[in-house]
Design a protein around this ligand. Structure first.
Ligand code: KG4
Ligand code: ZN
Length: 354
């Protein structure tokens, strides 16, 4: 069975084709991605209306590209999957509309996928896929969650952010330092030139024994520190000496990474599990990967990541999540072509038994 996956929840249009064979881990046949980053850069962030219009322009050419690369035709598609939510309403409607139109025209069923489940299951696309059960650290632009995962749809929330997500902390701090959008990759690149111990920044909720996160205070601390330095030098923050900006970036990254690593280790200890899966855009962060690898090796814990290019949004994770839901019997594809998207949709809502 071949599943076409369409991702259009935010600023990346992704399309992919995955093959599902019995009980084997589904295989990625081809995927194609168009990132709108350049278009939104001029505005310092994602402009929802522009995002929707661009998804419309990209989605069919990307679908043709995926079919050509996998040497398949529209007739070879058995199920059309799309991101149903969470995300930008207009952007989601493009993917849902195209998926439903394709499904109806081909006489094939459709399946709406939860974007975060896509991220969560994306490490199954790697050459060394994980096995259930595991602890998952889901760190995307809008979410920071620790979960116990016992199987597809069996997600037990252990802790989550009470305010900003880790990705947001990267993005907002980067903006304060004049690094533009998207901030995470830019801040982490600059951090490589800096001293992570140069500035003392808060490690929010690190001492609490629960597994929740809070990053809003960190962004404020970065702002206060940056403004203090700028006032002393009588210049705007962006005009601070390159080394000072690099030290601030490195200190910010160190604070975020330390909290993510320590809380993941507590979650592993509390659950007694020996496997950690990291997913979502922040999972691409080199410092996070290095520190998790070092700490987990000491404790004989296996860590799995998505392939670097599949950490941020893509169609492969949507096709994969659909395939795994179908394979596990969690969900059947539907011939009701009602493209009812869910811009706000907590992951708990798709748990088994709920
Ligand atoms: O998962 P994702 O692509 O989108 C959402 O579903 O939100 O995550 C995007 C987030 C952004 O906050 C971006 O700045 C962050 O992931 N990100 C990074 C890196 N690459 C992407 N953060 C830190 N270091 C990176 N290398
Ligand atoms: Zn995402």
């Amino acid at each position: 069975m071949r599943i076409l996956g369409i991702e259009s929840s935010c600023d990346e249009t992704g399309v992919a084709l995955v093959e599902l064979r019995g009980s084997e881990v589904p295989i990625l046949l081809a995927h194609a991605l168009y990132s709108q980053i350049e278009m939104h850069q001029a505005y310092g962030g994602v402009v929802p209306e522009l995002a929707s219009r661009d998804h419309i322009r990209r989605v069919l050419p990307l679908t043709e590209q995926v079919l050509a690369e996998s040497k398949q035709t529209l007739a070879d598609i058995d199920v059309v999957a799309f991101t149903r939510g969470p995300g930008l309403a207009g952007a989601l409607l493009v993917g849902a509309g195209v998926a439903c139109a394709l499904g109806a025209a081909l006489g094939k069923p459709v399946l709406g996928v939860h974007h975060l489940e896509g991220h969560l299951l994306s490490p199954f696309l790697s050459i060394d896929p994980p096995e259930f059960p595991f602890v998952a650290l889901l760190v995307s632009g809008g979410h920071t969650q620790l979960m116990r995962v016992d199987g597809v749809g069996r997600y037990d929330m252990l802790g989550e952010t009470i305010d900003d997500a880790a990705g947001e902390a990267f993005d907002k701090s980067a903006k304060l330092l004049g690094l533009g959008y998207p901030g995470g990759p830019a801040l982490s690149k600059l951090a490589e030139q800096g001293d992570p111990t140069a500035f003392k920044l808060p490690r929010p909720l690190l001492k609490s024994d629960n597994l929740d996160f809070s990053f809003a205070g960190l962004k404020t601390a970065v702002m206060v520190q940056a403004k203090k330095l700028a006032a002393a030098q009588n210049c705007p923050v962006e005009a601070l000496p390159a080394q000072v900006l690099a030290d601030l970036a490195a200190s910010t990254q160190a604070a975020i990474v330390e909290v993510l690593v320590k809380k993941s280790l507590i979650a592993l200890k509390k659950s007694g599990l020996k496997r950690l899966v990291v997913a979502g855009g922040v999972g691409a962060n080199r410092s996070l990967r290095e520190q998790l690898n070092a700490e987990c090796t000491k404790r004989q814990i296996r860590v799995h990541y998505p392939e670097l290019h599949l950490c941020t949004d893509n169609g492969a994770m949507i096709a994969m999540a659909a395939a795994m839901r179908l394979q596990s019997g969690q969900q059947a594809a539907s011939e009701v072509y009602a493209f009812d998207v869910k811009p706000r949709w907590p992951l708990d809502a798709i748990q088994i038994g709920l």
